[in-house]
Design a protein. Structure first.
Ligand code: RB5
Length: 149
């Protein structure tokens, strides 16, 4: 499994904790920035990670900003991306099982590192259930095709 990571300054510290965790689990990843706590713009990092995931260079993305909101909204503008903002483990497995989410977004100012790491593990270890959920995900793709020129 290959994971693409990104954050703005507001998510930088939590991203560092997640990187340590992925290293401890021998999960392959690349950090697409930001690399310091200097103020920056979350859409820049959302786009880098979302394009990598959309192009299937990585299986999943993890994006973190202060709230997780701006970075998830930005990632969802890239065709093929289903970025889910999750601050609990129920949402983390449900969005994999039902929405086939390919990016997990979180907010460093919302969730502590212990819970965030549980959310990451839950997201990465859950499987899409297909069946009726596939029909619904296909409808998301149809909306995307209709409106994203
Ligand atoms: C940065 O201050 C903050 O606005 C950003 O990290 C994020 O919370 C936006 O949605």
């Amino acid at each position: 499994m290959k994971v693409a990571l990104g954050s703005d300054h507001g998510g930088y510290s939590l991203k560092v904790e997640i990187i340590k965790h992925l290293e401890s689990k021998n999960i392959e990843f690349k950090d697409f920035g930001t690399y310091t706590e200097e103020s920056c713009d979350y859409p820049d990092y959302a786009e880098k990670v979302a394009v990598e995931v959309s192009n299937k260079n990585y299986d999943f993305g993890i994006l973190i900003c202060g709230t997780g909101i701006g970075i998830s909204i930005s990632a969802n503008k890239v065709p093929g991306i289903r970025a889910a903002l999750c601050h609990d483990t129920f949402s983390a497995h449900a969005t994999r099982e039902h929405n086939d989410a390919n990016i997990l977004a979180m907010g460093e100012r919302v969730v502590g590192p212990g819970l965030a790491i549980d959310i990451v593990d839950t997201f990465l270890n859950s499987q899409f259930e297909g069946d009726r959920h596939a029909r619904r995900v296909n409808k998301i793709t149809e909306i995307e095709k209709k409106y994203c020129k």
